[in-house]
Design a protein around this ligand. Structure first.
Ligand code: KG4
Ligand code: ZN
Length: 345
């Protein structure tokens, strides 16, 4: 079973070929980051046009690098949402045309489910039946959630952000510090030279008793932290930016690790914790989660760096790990496809 994956939900044009049980034969990502950087964020029209230009060479490279021919592909999996509608449409258009031309099924995939399962792309990853039940900390530019996974397709959201996502807090925080987009890696770089204890930012989450009890929500909140950064900068312009960045990063990552800790305390039978999405690249966060999982005696599953940020290997992987119905008629894109739509139990 060889699946061609296509991802175009934001500013990365990606294609990959993945084969059973989850071996990546090729994964090609063309980033448009340079084009958007001057605007300080992603410009939808520019993104769509860039996808249109990049899709053909990226698809051709992915199939060539896989060592397979077009005729060896058994299905095309494509991101249906969430994302920018005009960007999603470009990938969907290419996927529809290819599936039709190759006479293979077209499988629409939820972008977040791709991220959720992405750690199974690690060469040393355990099989799902040996890794679950587990917790997944999903931290991207648009979403922050803590999910209990009892197996591929069996997800329960334990908590999510009630305002900004962690990646968004980093991107907005970086802008306040005069750093480039995307802000996460910029803050990480600057923080290396700074003192994380220099500024006492708020913890970035309401600490509720209910959180520790089974069934209570485990919410994240980052917008107050961003506001605290703005006020701090205005009142203390002379504090070295590296110290501010290190303290801010520590507050964001500390809030994520604290929620993971609470979830591990209250959920029964958890075998491990995975951290997925663009923010999972962050070394400070990886260190904090290592400490939490060590304390609880459970495994920490990390995602190879290339598969943390948007890629198509994670999209192709989803139908290899669970039965995702192929589209019976040409599928539409869903820019606001909710995480809720993923909750299958
Ligand atoms: O998963 P992703 O590529 O796209 C979405 O689906 O949103 O995540 C992008 C996010 C951005 O907010 C970016 O600032 C953040 O991931 N990011 C990082 C790092 N690399 C990317 N955050 C912290 N540390 C990093 N090294
Ligand atoms: Zn993503």
């Amino acid at each position: 079973m060889n699946i061609l994956g296509i991802e175009s939900s934001c500013d990365e044009t990606a294609a990959a070929v993945v084969t059973r049980p989850g071996r990546v034969l090729s994964s090609v990502v063309a980033s448009q980051m340079d084009r958007h950087q001057v605007y300080g964020g992603v410009v939808p029209e520019l993104a769509a046009r860039s996808h249109l230009e990049a899709l053909r060479p990226v698809l051709t490279a992915a199939v060539a690098e896989s060592g397979l021919g077009w005729g060896d592909l058994d299905a095309v999996a494509v991101t249906q949402g969430p994302g920018l509608s005009s960007s999603l449409l470009m990938g969907m258009g290419a996927a529809r045309a290819l599936a039709e031309r190759l006479s293979v099924p077209l499988i629409p995939v939820h972008h977040m489910e791709g991220h959720l399962l992405s750690f199974f792309l690690s060469p040393g990853a355990p099989k799902p039946e040996n890794a679950c039940p587990m917790l997944v900390l999903l931290v991207t530019g648009g979403h922050t959630a803590l999910i209990r996974m009892d197996g591929p397709g069996h997800y329960a959201v334990l908590g999510r952000s009630i305002d900004d996502a962690a990646g968004e807090a980093l991107d907005k925080g970086a802008r306040l510090l005069g750093l480039a987009y995307p802000g996460g890696p910029e803050i990480e770089r600057l923080a290396e030279e700074g003192n994380a204890g220099a500024v006492a930012f708020p913890k970035g989450q309401p600490d509720s008793e209910a959180a520790c009890q089974r069934g209570g929500a485990l919410p994240f909140s980052f917008s107050g932290l961003k506001t605290a950064l703005r006020y701090y900068r205005e009142a203390n312009p002379d504090t070295p930016a590296a110290d501010v960045a290190a303290s801010y990063q520590s507050a964001v990552m500390g809030a994520l690790a604290a929620r993971a800790d609470q979830a591990l305390k209250r959920e029964d039978g958890i075998l491990g914790l995975a951290c997925v999405g663009g923010v999972a690249k962050n070394r400070f966060l990886r260190g904090a989660l290592e400490e939490v999982t060590r304390r609880h005696g459970v495994a920490l599953h990390t995602v190879p760096m290339d598969y943390c940020t948007d890629n198509a290997a994670m999209i192709a992987l989803v139908p290899l790990l669970r039965d995702v119905p192929a589209a019976s008629s040409p599928p539409a894109v869903h820019p606001n496809l909710q995480l809720r739509g993923l909750i299958l139990r």
